[in-house]
Design a protein around this ligand. Structure first.
Ligand SMILES: *Cc1c(COP(=O)(O)O)cnc(C)c1O
Length: 397
């Protein structure tokens, strides 16, 4: 038999738990019993492997970590309480007072706030650089630069950074390069294969797929993941076993879901591009983008996120959002249900208006996370909402 495909391995992985239950059990336990005092001592000291306490390891969390590592092409992974918990663990493990960090402009609002506000408060110098401007990253590196962090594609503008080129800049300068892969999931992009050192996932998005649990992960080489485990052991931002079980079983359907998300997203893009109230549509799968060669070589899919500039600015955007009947008003992404949000006033509200405008996030921008409903129903709802945008709203722009 030829070696199994990674998707197959990720689906069957939990059999390694040595149980005859067809579905993996949930290991809802905080503590573990030891055979002897000697064994307890050995486990605490790391002289032998084995569970000690679920703040350090838990079999359900380990099952999730193994499966995600396979899909991301990483050697190891660590589950965390949330995506932000993953970033906090990263920052605690790798940054100290006096260090310099380069952060992609327009990143997820809480990510930018964590680095700029809280790491800044601890004496870390955080500088923001547009992700698409590769040469600016090379020239911004200083002797104390420790970390480069990007999201690609950037939510909601769908701008794409060159992962391989930025990896090369990081490698040449001995800087840790971190890529947030939440938006595409490991099905549509594997940054570790293109030279990233670590990948961050917010697991409550596409990995969960139904908006049930909050969780996160960092994936990469074992020697880079070990310091994060040490932070979790003292910092406590560990993943719950129940959430890990939801995420691990959801990974079995991730490939199928991402393919259907994309089919629906493409249908909606085609429809939106022809609508008279639409100024522009942003999706990495659109033909004729100036960066389509880069996208073709670094992405294996385009995912579910589409953003649209509506004529008429915020009044028209809010009117559209408020008249949707099926599509949910929700800032989350990666759900079976199609969702809509207004990034200017929600996810990116902590950026200044100048920063938002510079990042391409205008008051008329709307983001859809396209779900798994038949595309005709999604389009019909958006069509009726577009029809309700009044002439005064589009003319007030
Ligand atoms: C949601 C999200 C996060 C934060 O993850 P939480 O699990 O909500 O803490 C970070 N990055 C991106 C791109 C996200 O979408």
């Amino acid at each position: 038999m030829p070696p199994l495909n990674d998707l197959t391995r990720a689906i069957h992985c939990s059999r390694a738990n040595g149980d005859d239950a067809h579905a993996a059990p949930i290991w809802m336990t905080s503590a573990y019993d030891f055979d002897s005092a000697e064994q307890a001592g050995d486990r605490f000291n790391g002289r032998c492997s084995g569970n000690v306490y679920s703040r350090f390891t838990n079999p359900s969390v380990t099952d999730f970590e193994r499966r995600l590592a396979i899909l991301e092409h990483g050697e190891d992974a660590v589950g965390t309480a949330s995506g932000m918990g993953a970033y906090l663990a990263l920052a605690m493990a790798y940054l100290s007072q006096g260090d310099h960090v380069l952060l992609g402009a327009g990143m997820f609002g809480s990510t930018a706030h964590l680095f700029r506000q809280y790491m800044g408060q601890l004496g870390v110098d955080v500088q923001t650089i547009p992700t698409t401007k590769t040469p600016l990253w090379a020239s911004a590196i200083q002797p104390n630069t420790k970390m480069m962090v990007i999201e690609t594609p950037l939510n909601p503008t769908m701008e794409v950074a060159d992962i391989a080129a930025l990896s090369e800049i990081a490698r040449r300068n001995g800087v840790l390069f971190v890529v947030d892969n939440t938006v595409l999931s490991p099905i549509c992009q594997q940054p570790l294969r293109m030279g990233a050192d670590l990948v961050v996932q917010s697991a409550g998005k596409f990995i969960d797929g139904q908006g049930r649990c909050v969780g996160g992960a960092v994936v990469g080489g074992a020697e880079r993941i070990n310091p994060l485990r040490a932070v979790l052991r003292s910092g406590g931002m560990c993943m719950s076993p129940f959430n890990a079980w939801v995420f691990a079983s959801s990974l079995e359907t991730l490939y199928a879901r991402m393919r259907l998300h994309e089919i629906n997203a493409r249908r909606l893009c085609d429809w939106l591009q022809c609508h008279p109230l639409v100024e522009s549509v942003h999706y990495t799968g659109l033909a004729g983008r100036p960066d389509d060669a880069l996208i073709a070589c670094q992405q294996t899919g385009h995912g579910a996120l589409i953003s649209v500039d509506i004529k008429g600015g915020q009044p028209a955007a809010w009117s559209l959002i408020n008249t949707l009947r099926l599509v949910r008003r929700c800032t989350n992404i990666g759900d079976a249900k199609t969702m809509v949000t207004h990034p200017w006033s929600t996810t990116h509200c902590r950026y200044t208006p100048e920063e938002k405008n510079r990042s391409g996030i205008g008051p008329g921008l709307i983001r859809f996370s396209v779900g798994l409903e038949p595309a005709t129903d999604i389009i019909a709802d958006i069509e009726q909402a577009m029809a309700c945008i009044t002439r005064t709203e589009t003319e007030s722009a």
